[in-house]
Design a protein around this ligand. Structure first.
Ligand SMILES: Cc1cc2nc3c(=O)[nH]c(=O)nc-3n(C[C@H](O)[C@H](O)[C@H](O)COP(=O)(O)OP(=O)(O)OC[C@H]3O[C@@H](n4cnc5c(N)ncnc54)[C@H](O)[C@@H]3O)c2cc1C
Length: 293
């Protein structure tokens, strides 16, 4: 099928893009890599009179650090995120999450901002943003605001971004001197498919090998990516030898209510995710323990 007719706008600045969204309101939609939006338009699952193409907005494609924060422009291609040295050093979780997204053709066009704004609950980057306590910068014609990842995702394919706003950057606290280990894993029916369930662990250890900070994030397990605060709390101040990872993983999945659909039952997702949580925690502990003091 072909999409319904639309007017394509090609702004070159964020201000111009935000102005177009303000002018056309509900009838306009930003277009980034097009890897999710274009198929939906072509299948006529959605329709917009105006598409605001962000590909010519150079300021959305920068990667840099400032005052302890890594800033990644929303228009940065997923493939670029996956091979950038600054990101690999500061946020290796993003580097490791990237190859799990679809196929390389998709990552060559798809953007980090498109993935976050599209907010598929089985997506990797939204869960990474949640695990890293990232903030999302959202800009309209009247200015920019920052939204914690924990408040950004409101439901399946839903975020706090209003029709007159665009996502402009993801801001991640730099890891500093933390002895950190990170891991991500997922189960999918075939390589390149969206995950049936996925899990992320971030473990920061103190000099005595005790947990100073733990983050567990899960994806494919509800309408948004999820954290597991109770399970995270049980790890605080313990060493690897003192914790039963299988028990922590059961605690992590206890409050989830994953969907039954044509791909898998909720019960399957829960069992699979518990195994994944235990596995990523183990890997993250191992990496953090071997990090230099
Ligand atoms: C076969 C296939 C397999 C895939 N597998 C995976 C997978 O395993 N994991 C995964 O995470 N993704 C997967 N994807 C999706 C892929 O990552 C998309 O690239 C991503 O979801 C959307 O990014 P995009 O840049 O292409 O955005 P687009 O498709 O251009 O836009 C997606 C949505 O986000 C909005 N949007 C985009 N940028 C902005 C912005 N800056 N501000 C506000 N709104 C914005 C658009 O208006 C639209 O609603 C897959 C896609 C395909 C086709």
């Amino acid at each position: 099928m072909k999409p319904a007719p639309f007017t394509l706008h090609r702004p070159t600045t964020v201000a111009e893009a935000a102005g177009l969204l303000a002018e056309h309101g509900d009838e306009a939609k930003p277009l980034a890599g097009g890897q999710s939006l274009v198929p939906m338009l072509a299948l006529r699952l959605t329709r917009f009179e105006h598409l605001v193409d962000l590909n010519g907005v150079a300021e959305l494609q920068s990667i840099g650090t400032d005052n302890g924060t890594l800033r990644i422009g929303a228009g940065t291609r997923q493939a670029t995120v996956g091979r950038d040295a600054t990101i690999a050093y500061d946020t290796p979780l993003l580097t490791r999450a990237t190859p799990l997204i679809g196929h390389f053709q998709i990552r060559n066009r798809g953007t980090i901002g498109g993935s976050l704004a599209h907010a598929d609950p089985a997506s990797e980057y939204p869960a990474v943003a949640l695990a890293l306590d990232a903030e999302l910068e959202v800009t309209s014609a009247s200015g920019a605001r920052r939204v914690p990842a924990a408040d950004f995702f409101t439901g399946t394919w839903m975020t706090v971004v209003e029709p007159d706003e665009l996502l402009t950057a993801i801001l991640v606290p730099q890891r500093g001197d933390a002895r950190r280990g990170v891991a991500i894993d997922e189960v999918a029916r075939r390589h390149g498919d969206f995950a049936l369930a996925g899990a992320i662990a971030v473990i920061d250890l103190d000099d005595d090998d005790r947990v100073a900070r733990a983050a567990i994030a899960m994806f494919g397990m509800g309408s948004t990516p999820l954290r597991a605060p109770t399970a995270e709390q049980t790890l605080r101040a313990y060493t690897r030898a003192q914790v039963d990872l299988a028990a922590v993983a059961q605690l992590a999945v206890r409050d989830t209510d994953p969907p039954d659909d044509v791909h898998a039952t909720g019960a399957y997702r829960t069992r699979a995710c518990a195994h994944l949580v235990a596995r990523v925690l183990d890997r993250a502990f191992e990496e953090a323990t071997s990090a230099a003091r």
